[in-house]
Write a protein that binds this ligand. Sequence first.
Ligand code: AHR
Length: 635
Amino acid sequence: MRSRYFVFLASLAVLLFAVVELQAQSPAVVTIHADHTASRVSPTLYGLMTEEINHSYEGGLYAELVRNDTFRSDWSGINDWILVERGASSAKISVDKTTGPSEALPYSLHLDVSEASASGPAGVLNGGFWGIPLHPNTSYRASFYAKEDSPDTGVVTASLVADQTGKVLASSVVSGIGTDWKQYTFTLKTGAMEPSKENHLVLTVAHAGGLWLQLVTLFPPTYHDRANGTRVDLMDKLAAMHPQFLRFPGGNYLEGDHLKDWYDWKKTIGPLVDRPGHPSPWNYWSTDQFGLLEFFEWCEDLHMDPVLAVYAGYSLAQEHVNPGADLEPYVQAALDEIEYATGSIDTKWGAQRAKDGHAAPFHITYVEIGNEDQFDRSGSYGERYAQFYKAIKAKYPELQLIATAPITTMKPDVQDDHYYVRATDFFHDATHYDKTDRNGPKIFVGEWATREGAPTPNMGAALGDAAWMTGLERNSDIIVMASYAPLLVNISPGAMQWDTDLIGYDALRSYGSPSYYAQVMFGSYIGDVKPESAMEGGGSRFFYSVTESSAKKQIYLKLVNGSSDAQVVDIKVSGAKLAATGKLISLTAHDPEETNTIEQPKAIAPMESTLSGVAATIHHRVPPYSIEVLVLDQQ
Ligand code: AHR
């Protein structure tokens, strides 16, 4: 009797649950014909877009730890450097514009010491990019260019010091500094310590006299041990996205505010001491120590295709170069740039690349002509694009040339579209490319993001992103590439210019936003073909995409539920014999505002579980605010 009562109650509960779900969101049916290919998935669909913004490179991906290593100054003095006078020492610092180690850096910091001793040294201090991150038992490679006013002024002591205790964590002595400019290299090695970013670098002397310094560098171990390399934790996070390409160097960073500020790539290559740097449109100086070759090496490290953007004669303050003779030097600079990247070492610029340390040419498929040229109110872009197109195709007919705005002068190979919107916009616009003319240019969605959450997007944004990505996958017969932007943000006070960025970090730690994890999920399970499929029913904020990997014999079904209600879905698969169990990767939150932070980096992170009960029809329930990938193995 008792058990019959429980059976009755249980049935009632199931019925109630079903009714509640029915009321909440109408059930969906997704039908997949695994043996009927609708189209191919672009092999380069997901990639990265970056530029120097939010301290993406300097104070970010670029591993250099010294801030303002070339002693730029303003009304407040030499930025980021402080005079050190210990004990009875006495000294002054200034910028000496009459002497420097190179034509590119013709000035230097002058330390003028009137009194100093071993117990009371004088010198300068640098606090890094919001701290200098140090780890135990680690070697840091350091260098500077220096000269002294007399050969016996004595040694320079370099130390890494804890901010709070003054404890010296690593120290090295540089001797033999002469009266001519020369580079000195040395190593600073820490011992046992807690990892920390509350540290600074100190360079001191113990004698009176003059010391000039320029280009002070300090590097931790880098990704793939590159000498002028990148930060390991950030590269690991990028690698997990499985990016197929890298669009660089911008963005607005390519254009500059004014014509004179364009990304003049020839000034970003070669020894660091020969790079003058330039002002970036994001309101801070770029040393260009992370320059053109470093972008290509970044591609090499993560196996990404370079998508090289060349400056096309438009800068942000409505300044443009007239098509025709005026534009020719910029067209030539682009041709040289392509030769630098792809030319054999028998070519002028290929030889330069070899001299710079990379003899093997890089492979390029896409070159982008400018950035967001729809903002050029002169209307000159159609002609500027055509001029670049003619010259580049004449020498490199195999290259695909991307236009940054719709043009009427000709049909470009590829057109770059940008979207910065709210989640609700992407929910409504996920079908954006479903009706796009298949005879028009291919599409590169070169910048897109759901802008909700700061400094990094929240779960609501991730849901908007994921809904949008189902549309990108469905239309990847014409969408050849797509990249979220911006990619990186240093979250330290004052470092950010643009909120809602995929990956956040300070000097020591980093974390991925929910949107980052959505990218990881979509990029990890992409496959090569799109089978025929359809969906009926489902709520207005429920989205799906289905792709297959021929090599792995797997079906990837992505489901996005942007609603506060669960979504019930029947998945019907024909044309494939499925294994009884599959895999479910799920990203879910209680509320769209829920997010990750540097303190709680994995509050929202993908969870992996076994998907049981896989059959020709799979009954499945997608929780509220969830992004899921179902991996179905074919036998
Ligand atoms: O991603 C930030 C900026 O947005 C890019 O520099 C620019 O291309 C766009 O307007």
